[in-house]
Write a protein that binds this ligand. Sequence first.
Ligand SMILES: [Zn+2]
Length: 282
Amino acid sequence: MMREERHDDVVRMVFTTPSSRSMGFDVSTYAIRGIVIDSAFSDVGGELEQWLDASGPRGLIVTHYHEDHAGNVERMARRGLPLWIAPATLAHLTQPSRIGWYRRLCWGVQPALASPVTPFAPEGLELIPTPGHSHDHHVVWDPTTRTVFGADLFLGVKVRVSHPPHREDVRAQIASLRRVIALNPLRYFDAHRGLIPSPVAQLKKKLTWMEETVAAIDAMLVQRLDDKAIVKRVFGGEDRIGLITFGDYSRKNFVASVRATASSRTPLLAVPDSASVYRTNV
Ligand SMILES: [Zn+2]
């Protein structure tokens, strides 16, 4: 099912299936000035194609490799729609790793990217590397309207669960949040929450919560507490989603990510300097 919302010059398409709704999930793709941001998940590929047939966009940007954002990239490539895909994302899409059963149930199975990709330069928009949620994560910045399409950077102020440390890096997320706050956006569209009111204030709240939480965990690591004890003290125990996903998306992983990067106090997934921001409008 697809629901369409309009926000001035931005179209939001909210995709769900009975299966994703039963698990409480939806995902949004966006379109601005003929450019689509993300391709939703494979089970809604037909609906996305219908929208594309009617709208005729110039191209599509893929923010990161996760199956609810890149689930239809093979379909898009096959229909010849020009695509902007970061090299690290492309590597995942051509050889996707196996995902947990709960992700397959929610979003469907993402086919590997096999068709040739027509490259796309999204004029007027900038792709800003924002690793943390995943190592290849980008947000889309529209300097003309000072709008951020944040993909999965925000999600909420207090996101206490994380994927395992090799796939998600809490300290890198903090650096990425700072980078996006520095843009001072007027509008911010989240891939799951939609339009975020007062985005800078919300992003700053998240940054403060994450910094305080990481500092609390760091202090407990110095005391040589184990991850289970830290989860109990900092978060009050494991989350329901941690149990449902057999720990794949859990509070324990949040602590493990902080532990994995504790020696250097720097992100595992380094945030590139501003010189490497993909500026496509210059
Ligand atoms: Zn994601």
